[in-house]
Each structure stands twice: as C-alpha cells, then as structure tokens.
Design a protein around this ligand. Structure first.
Ligand SMILES: *[C@@H]1O[C@H](CO)[C@@H](O)[C@H](O)[C@H]1NC(C)=O
Ligand SMILES: *[C@@H]1O[C@H](CO)[C@@H](O)[C@H](O)[C@H]1NC(C)=O
Length: 354
C-alpha cells in the first residue's frame, strides 16, 4: 500500500519536475577559470511549494562544476569487465519466476528477475520508476539547451541475488559533440536514484550497501565521471534550500573533469573504501548549495563495493555535519560533458535502517 502510494506520488511529482526545468539550473563557476561569461545565469529556484521540495528527493540537482581541462587530471578510463552474473535475458522473457542463471560466482548469481520490461529514456527529464525495487532510472539533461547530440539512460533488467540483495542493470549512451564554448558545461546526469528509506537521519541508518560495476567504451574523447551523489540537510526532506548539502563521491573521471571548489583540498580522508580521498568544497553559486566532493587518490577502475554509511560517518568525523542530519537524496550515476561513449553498469544500492 505504502509503496504504491509512494510510486503514484513520485509520478505526479516527476511530471511536475519535468515541467519545471529551471529546477536544475546550470552550474556557474568563476568566469576566469573557464570562460562561462556567455552562459545564461540560472533562474532562481522556486522553493515555495511542497511539490518542488518533494520532487527533489529523487530528481537530484547534480551541481558538479568543472574548470578548464587540466591535461594531467583524470586520464584513467575504465577497462575492467563487469563481473556480475546477471542474465542478459530480453525483457520480454523476464518474469517473476526464478531463473537459474549460469554465473562464475554464486555470490553474484542473478536468481530472480523483476517483471518490468526494459525501456530506453532519451528525453530531457525522462525516467522509469522500477516497481518492486527501491529505484528510479533517470535521464536528466539539465543543460540540454547547451547540448548538441543525444543522451539516453536505458533500463535493462533488475533482479535479486542469492544473498537477497537487489541489483539493476542499466546503461548510459552518450553521443554529444565537443563544442569549444560548452566543453566545461556538464550536460546532465544519468543515474539510478533511491526511492526508499530516504529522509532518515544518519544515526538511524545502519548501512548503505553499494556495489557498482561498470565498463565504459568510448569511441571519441569523453569527458565525464562515474559517481555517487547524495543530498543531506538538517531538515527532513530538504534538498533545495541553501542549508542542504550535496555530497559527491567520484569513483572515476576523465577528460579533465574537476570538482567544484577545485584547488586546495579542505581535508584528506584516509582509509575509506581502500584508498585516500581529497575533499573539495564550494558553494554552487547557481543553487546556493554547498557541494562536498571526495576524489580518490586512486581511481576505481570499473568496480566499487562498500558501505556508503562509512562515507557519511567520515564526514561526521571531520565536522561537515552531525549524525542527526537527514539523508534526503541518494543515487549512483555518470555525468557527461561530451563524447561518444557507452557506460554499461550494474548497481546495488539501498538504505538499511537500524
Ligand atoms: C576515451 O576518452 C578518453 C578521455 O577523454 C581518451 O583519452 C581516449 O582517447 C578515448 N578513447 C577513444 C578511443 O577515443
Ligand atoms: C553493453 O551492453 C550492450 C547491451 O547489453 C551490449 O551489447 C554491449 O556489448 C555491452 N558493452 C560492453 C562493453 O560490455
């Protein structure tokens, strides 16, 4: 009951979000850094209705900014193969019936498919809510007006591993021309967003288990990243006011993409998910929201496994917020600036409450 009501609410609010593209204004960065002076400044946020606030709990404003590509920054690219044992059954054959699938590792054997048909999403705010999962798959082109080309986010299948953990198989297909004047403008965000167990305090969350595997195949130079993006606030449900905080965990980035606040790291976090991280912080002047981006000393090469609660706890430890702050938005995805690229990905992501 709750779930179906929730799904209906999501749909209504998504339609609202779709009709309000200014919800996702372009990022502004200092013009001396990347020559954005010709860009139209973002319209002010409309934050007066509950609908807008609620919509934002899955329609995440990703606010990454970039400065001019530094040739040495972020040149690694994914090369390892996805090792998930998901079946590549055509969607039409998917059903709730258990399907035995050959897999190299029993831990990743995909035992049950979700009955929802595969679907492609290529519009500027095009999405599918995956019923019987905690996810929405979203193609969000918040700077579509500055994009030449196409971008799709495609849901392929979803299922449950023998361990009981759910996973979704999806991909992001980018065909965006390099245009000199907009090469530093992120065109959008392709992601799988959480729809369940949001709006709880960090202290009431026991774990945020995440497994994200991907392959990127690009046939031209590609600029973009693979990341997690969460929003927190001391106010339940808030992801749009200037008291909200955006948290990014970059796993891989290439083509010279750099985080908002690039320059001096405000902190170093050691021994998190097997590497050290540098924290960059700055306000997104378009939204007034402070973005806290963690960049790994060693990039992840197609595979991440970890409890994202450890990320939240690390930020509590360094004083970004306390553990009574609310986790209002959470998702995993890829940002893109230009290039011809296919990201194939498998994601497990959920919030477990204490
Ligand atoms: C893929 O993108 C990276 C980063 O832009 C680039 O170094 C590499 O040459 C690209 N691969 C191809 C085949 O163009
Ligand atoms: C990506 O997924 C598509 C569709 O399932 C498949 O045809 C393609 O081979 C995959 N590419 C890689 C690099 O795994």
């Amino acid at each position: 009951m709750f779930r179906s009501l929730q799904a209906i609410t999501f749909l209504a609010l998504l339609a609202f979000a779709a009709a309000n593209p200014t919800r996702f204004p372009p990022v502004e960065v200092a013009s001396d850094e990347c020559g954005f002076e010709d860009d139209t400044p973002p319209d002010p946020f409309e934050t007066t209705t509950a609908s807008i606030k609620a919509a934002s709990s899955y329609a995440t404003p990703v606010t990454t900014a970039s400065v001019q590509a530094a040739p040495s920054a972020g040149s690694s690219r994914a090369s390892s193969l996805t090792t998930s044992g998901f079946a590549t059954l055509p969607a039409s054959s998917a059903s709730l019936a258990v399907k035995a699938v050959q897999a190299t590792s029993s831990a990743t054997t995909f035992v049950t498919t979700i009955s929802q048909a595969a679907s492609d999403h290529c519009g500027d705010t095009d999405y599918v809510v995956l019923t019987d999962t905690p996810w929405i798959v979203y193609n969000m082109l918040y700077n579509a007006d500055q994009m030449v080309g196409t971008q799709c986010t495609n849901y392929q299948t979803a299922g449950t591993l023998a361990s009981g953990v759910q996973e979704v198989v999806w991909n992001s297909v980018t065909n965006i021309e390099y245009v000199e004047s907009t090469n530093n403008v992120p065109k959008g965000y392709s992601f799988v967003g959480l729809t369940e167990n949001l709006e709880n305090t960090i202290s009431s969350i026991s774990a945020i288990p995440a497994s994200y595997t991907w392959t990127r195949t690009n046939t031209t130079a590609f600029k973009g990243n693979v990341c997690f993006d969460f929003m927190t606030s001391d106010t339940k449900g808030d992801s749009t006011s200037t008291s909200a905080q955006e948290l990014m965990l970059w796993l891989q980035y290439e083509g010279g993409q750099l985080p908002i606040g690039w320059g001096d790291a405000v902190a170093t976090i050691d021994s998190l998910f097997g590497t050290s991280w540098k924290l960059y912080e700055a306000k997104n002047t378009g939204t007034g929201i402070t973005v806290h981006s963690l960049l790994p000393d060693t990039q992840f090469d197609g595979s991440f496994d970890g409890d994202l609660k450890d990320w939240m706890d690390a930020l509590v430890t360094i004083g970004t917020f306390t553990d009574s702050t609310y986790v209002n938005v959470g998702n995993a995805g890829t940002e893109f600036f230009y290039g011809d690229s296919i990201l194939n990905a498998t994601l497990g992501l959920q919030i477990n409450l204490s």
